[in-house]
Design a protein around this ligand. Structure first.
Ligand code: SD4
Length: 338
């Protein structure tokens, strides 16, 4: 148990570590330069999403616009069965979408269990900008989206419907490990190992502004009404302009239990690098439920306000995409516990 004195010590150490880093930057003259833009996102489909975000960042655009534009790519991708249109439905055959967006100043918006709207991330942004609320769910979220001019569509593709019919033959629900390197060009097997991947994206723009977005169709074959971590601020996404940003993928219940993305950001505030913070957040999940953790995947991805990046997962196979002025197509394997 960490007592108050240890906690204060850790906070002070963290604060002084950040101050030292700032000092070092001042001495090397790095402060004088405009910050370098960077965008990172979860999984291999993050590469294409990063390209779209980079087009915004490269023009000097806002990190918030970059992440919204970026995650719209997998939301629209018919080959992607875990985000947006053509996602796999719940056990009742209904495709329900979760999304959240957040900027460096704590402004945020989210939707959960939203049906019939192709770009839930853009509805989340409208919740942030046009309502006094943070999260709208289900019918209320749909009503709001329609009022905002979004088009009502049937998003379930014949392929996803077919996969659901296959799953119904056994109707066996087991949140499985999405640890294989993703090949979303192939239809994932019903109930198979590839039934859930989310895009979480974090961006730093040339003005030094951070923002993040997270969007998903959640766990395939979930109970109707189930909401994962992705639209929960502090679980699937958290951004603090003074420190950094984090996002997550995997079994959302485990992330919610541990306020995962908030935890990663708070660990960075105390002086951990993004990599160390992601590692510690993953270990928190593993230590609390060691038996359950062997069979499930959770991955965290983080970037601090200086553009340093880190990631860690429970299982091998979690990859993340990195795009900046030096490399446009970076795809890196995250380290893992097992
Ligand atoms: C959820 N975290 O709904 C999402 C799903 C996911 O990799 O990320 N899968 O729990």
């Amino acid at each position: 148990m960490v007592d108050r004195r240890d906690f204060l010590k850790a906070s002070l150490l963290g604060a002084s570590a950040l101050a030292l880093a700032d000092n070092a930057r001042a001495h090397t003259g790095l402060h004088a330069k405009a910050p370098s833009a960077k965008v990172i996102s979860t999984w291999d489909f993050g590469v294409a999403a990063n390209h779209a975000a980079w087009a915004v960042l490269d023009k000097g655009g806002h990190a918030l616009d970059a992440v919204e534009t970026g995650v719209q790519v997998p939301e629209a991708d018919l080959k992607n069965h875990s985000v947006g249109r053509s996602g796999y439905p719940d056990r009742d055959g209904r495709l329900t979408l979760d999304a959240s967006i957040m900027d460096a100043d704590g402004n945020c918006g989210a939707v959960a269990a939203l049906e019939h709207i192709a770009h839930p991330i853009s509805v989340a942004r409208k919740v942030m900008e046009r309502t006094p609320h943070v999260l709208l769910v289900g019918d209320g979220a749909l009503q709001f989206a329609l009022e905002q001019g979004f088009k009502k569509e049937d998003l379930l593709t014949p392929e996803s419907e077919q996969a659901w019919h296959e799953w119904l033959k056994t109707a066996n629900y087991k949140p499985s490990i999405n640890s294989e390197v993703h090949d979303y060009g192939k239809a994932a097997l019903p109930g198979g190992s590839d039934n859930h991947d989310t895009i979480g994206m974090l961006a730093l723009d040339t003005h030094g502004r951070l923002a993040g977005a997270c969007t998903t169709s959640g766990m395939a074959w979930k109970l109707h009404g189930r909401v994962g971590d992705s639209p929960i601020i502090g679980a699937g996404l958290y951004v603090d302009g003074e420190v950094g940003a984090a996002t997550s993928t995997g079994v959302g219940e485990e992330v919610i239990r541990n306020a995962g993305s908030f935890l990663v950001v708070e660990l960075m505030r105390q002086g951990r690098s993004p990599q160390e913070a992601c590692h510690e957040a993953v270990m928190r999940i593993v230590k609390r439920r060691p038996h359950a953790a062997k069979d499930l995947q959770v991955g965290f991805l983080a970037m601090n306000r200086h553009g340093e990046v880190g990631a860690w997962a429970i299982q091998p196979g979690f990859s993340y995409a990195v795009c900046d002025a030096q490399r446009q197509d970076g795809l890196l394997p995250a380290k893992s516990v097992y």
